[in-house]
Design a protein around this ligand. Structure first.
Ligand SMILES: Cc1cc2nc3c(=O)[nH]c(=O)nc-3n(C[C@H](O)[C@H](O)[C@H](O)COP(=O)(O)O)c2cc1C
Length: 296
């Protein structure tokens, strides 16, 4: 049903997203509010930027700030991070699972000292896709953190810690129990082949972790319609990555702002047609899915 001959998880997730259908509950619907309370801040939208890198991160952050959106950023040094924070955006810094613990500790310390909203780690980028060796990312050695190491990083900071790369109820519960504030559900553009789509596994993860653990859906969110499906299925927020990159390159911050504002308007359109007045009233029963996949 949802398949790709090469196990391309990006393609599989797109098919799954497009298979989800939405029923209408427009009778008596009121104009919806997309205000999003998150980690003590209020944003205009639950659509945030994905943890990108090797692009104009300050431009991306400025565009997101103008759109009233939260920003997450990926790998890079503290100087680049400072440029992102200087935009005034609220920033989540996702730190790589570096083999060198000092590389992690120094980034957490910088985030704490310079007013980041939260930190996290993309644990899905520790090992290679085609063998079990630790990854080398732009020349930097990664290492799969042990549970003890991950727990130590989580507990070492007063900032909320989000674990990126969670794609099962198992890992979500483990991360919650280690003290993480939430998880970013992601296969990082297909690092796991044949990955279950984040939006497919979301309801099971939500049931397992309960209502208070933050769940952010990452990967393949290209519109506010996609965002709505993820939010209705239990996400607190969603991220947009690749969909921002072309507009950022063409128009800088204005391109990012335009994409996020358009997606937020589409989300609002889907909310009014489903009788969803605000984010607290997202209801998974408005979504119809064709095939109930089960654990094998
Ligand atoms: C150019 C590029 C750089 C990325 N760098 C990082 C990174 O440094 N850290 C990280 O956690 N994810 C990184 N990602 C992955 C994204 O955060 C995200 O998981 C992925 O792109 C899927 O979301 P999308 O379909 O909305 O792009 C990167 C993705 C792209 C395209």
């Amino acid at each position: 049903m949802f398949s790709d001959p090469a196990g391309n998880s990006v393609a599989i997730a797109r098919q799954y997203m497009d298979s989800l259908l939405v029923e209408s509950r427009v009778a008596g619907a009121v104009r919806p509010d997309t205000a999003f309370s998150f980690l003590g801040e209020t944003f205009r939208t639950p659509i945030m930027t994905a943890a990108l890198s090797h692009i104009d991160l300050a431009g991306m952050a400025e565009g997101a700030r103008q759109a009233g959106a939260c920003v997450s950023i990926g790998m890079g040094g503290n100087e680049e991070f400072a440029g992102v924070l200087a935009t005034g955006a609220k920033v989540i810094k996702i730190i790589k699972p570096y083999a060198d613990p000092e590389a992690i500790r120094s980034r957490i310390a910088f985030a704490e000292e310079n007013g980041a909203l939260a930190v996290g780690m993309d644990i899905e980028h520790a090992v290679n896709t085609d063998d079990a060796e630790d990854s080398v990312v732009v020349g930097l050695q990664m290492k799969q953190p042990t549970l003890e190491e991950l727990g130590t990083y989580i507990r070492s900071t007063h900032l909320p810690f989000l674990v990126k790369g969670v794609l099962s109820a198992h890992d979500a519960v483990v991360c919650r129990d280690l003290g993480a504030a939430g998880a970013i559900l992601s296969h990082h553009n297909g690092l796991l082949k044949y990955a279950v789509p984040p939006v497919m596994v979301l309801p099971e993860i939500r049931r397992a972790v309960g209502p208070d653990f933050l769940l952010i859906a990452d990967g393949g969110i290209e519109s506010g319609f996609d965002a709505f499906k993820a939010l209705a299925r239990g996400a607190d927020a969603v991220t947009m990555g690749k969909a921002l990159m072309g507009p950022l390159k063409e128009k800088g911050a204005a391109g990012v702002r335009e994409v996020l504002e358009k997606a937020t308007a589409q989300l609002q359109a889907m909310m009014i047609r489903t009788g969803t007045p605000d984010l607290a009233h997202m209801d998974p029963s408005v979504i119809w899915e064709p095939v109930p996949y089960r654990h094998g």
